[in-house]
Design a protein around this ligand. Sequence first.
Ligand code: FES
Length: 113
Amino acid sequence: MMHDRVIRIIDGIEWLRLCRSIDVQARRGFHVEVDIELDLALFRVDGIVRCVTNVCPHKRIALIYDGFVENGTITCPMHAWQFDICTGLNTAGGGGLKTYEVRERDEYVWLVG
Ligand code: FES
């Protein structure tokens, strides 16, 4: 589905609306493809929404959102590389996931900056 681009400027910073807060549940990822260059996976860790790239650094496959979530980590469904969702770090020390700043406001999740 095409992402409908809703932007707010708050304190001079651009906030891009990604999805509803309710879309992001604990223990499973939520996929938002803003455009071809911004493919995101959202997770809720300890109640807080976190955002990383949906593209795994191993084979560049865009399925991170569909991985296995446990104890604040996401395991890629393709070859089981595992990452810390909050930091994006690879738990085995290899390439990590880019992280993005997101916030919840007015029942939506927003990408900030
Ligand atoms: S593509 Fe993610 S572990 Fe291989």
